[in-house]
Write a protein that binds this ligand. Sequence first.
Ligand code: GAR
Length: 203
Amino acid sequence: RKRIAIFASGSGSNFQAIVDAQRRGEIDAEIALLVCDKPQAKVVERAEQAGVKAFTFRPKDYPSREAYEAMLVQVLEEHRIDLIVLAGYMRLITRVLLEPYEGRIINIHPSLLPSFPGVEGIGDAYRYGVKVTGVTVHYVDDGMDTGPIIAQVPVSIEPQDTLETLAEKIHAAEHALYPKVIQWICEGRVRLDGRRVLIDGLS
Ligand code: GAR
């Protein structure tokens, strides 16, 4: 069984959806660790409630991103982590973390990449006025939301949608998609062909 670390910075609704799916038997892996860069974040409470070990740190306590990532690599190795799942972890990742976990870090982003990368994916799509946006799960590389795309689902923006109703629809789509993709990876069904990601048994 793979051992998963979830990285999150905020509310942790995706963390919760993944843990709930795992408890229902829909993810055949161990959620071994939460890593959080904001000790006050709600996701830390969720981890305590769920009985998932939480590791928190303050980036400001380290001289550089590389320095805290080197520390994180040690923590991940201690916990024998196989897969890193970014779920609202609002920080760029450097080579220090990427190299040892090459091909084993995934992220969820609340837009149809490559449209609307960055920290405001939902609002940027809403204000731009697109009629369809959505959710993307992708491998992480050293760019911002640029890695190979594993799965996407569309979410339509209706005339009556507000930013709030759109955000609700996006989050519901995330909570349905992310556990499914994690399980595909745990089943060993996800492969890279250049930038294209192929999923065995799908299509
Ligand atoms: C999610 O919508 C996720 O897609 C987004 O942060 C939110 C975290 O919510 N991530 C990004 O925007 C990454 N650039 P959560 O803490 O409730 O899971």
